[in-house]
Design a protein around this ligand. Sequence first.
Ligand SMILES: Cc1cc2nc3c(=O)[nH]c(=O)nc-3n(C[C@H](O)[C@H](O)[C@H](O)COP(=O)(O)O)c2cc1C
Length: 148
Amino acid sequence: MKALVVYDSAHGNTRSVAEAIAGSLDGVQASSVPVGDFKPDTLAAGDLLVVGSPINGWSPTPKITALLAALGDGSLKGVKAAAFDTRVRMFIHGDAAKKIAHALKAGGADIIAEPMPFYVKGTEGPLRDGEIEKAGSWAGALLTSLRS
Ligand SMILES: Cc1cc2nc3c(=O)[nH]c(=O)nc-3n(C[C@H](O)[C@H](O)[C@H](O)COP(=O)(O)O)c2cc1C
């Protein structure tokens, strides 16, 4: 089994979260992959796909949206999946992770965790205190779901 953490990132914050998740998937062959380098046909049933995006105007970035739109019905059949986003802490901030999870499910993936938000202090970051540790904990929860 392998795990790919696919991300888009303008300022490096989502990349940092993706790297922390991949680095905390102990015992799994895990790597973080920029969205432009991701090839869905490298995933097999039982593998883990995590997709993360900054929220851009209440949605995933255009590159993540294009990736999700290109997934055919059932192309992720048997793949385990989870989604996260990075966002600012505002009264109204929209959501990207839920949209990503919905698209992954539509592609046939088995969603193994609730979509997870990670918070930045401003448009360019940095991440709020504790978010890298939260990414590690979330990866641990993903591992638990994978093995149950
Ligand atoms: C064009 C644009 C639109 C954004 N829209 C939102 C938004 O709707 N909600 C939100 O919480 N953050 C929004 N943000 C802030 C981003 O979520 C933040 O820049 C991102 O988490 C930083 O991640 P990155 O360093 O990986 O690019 C927006 C940022 C940009 C540049």
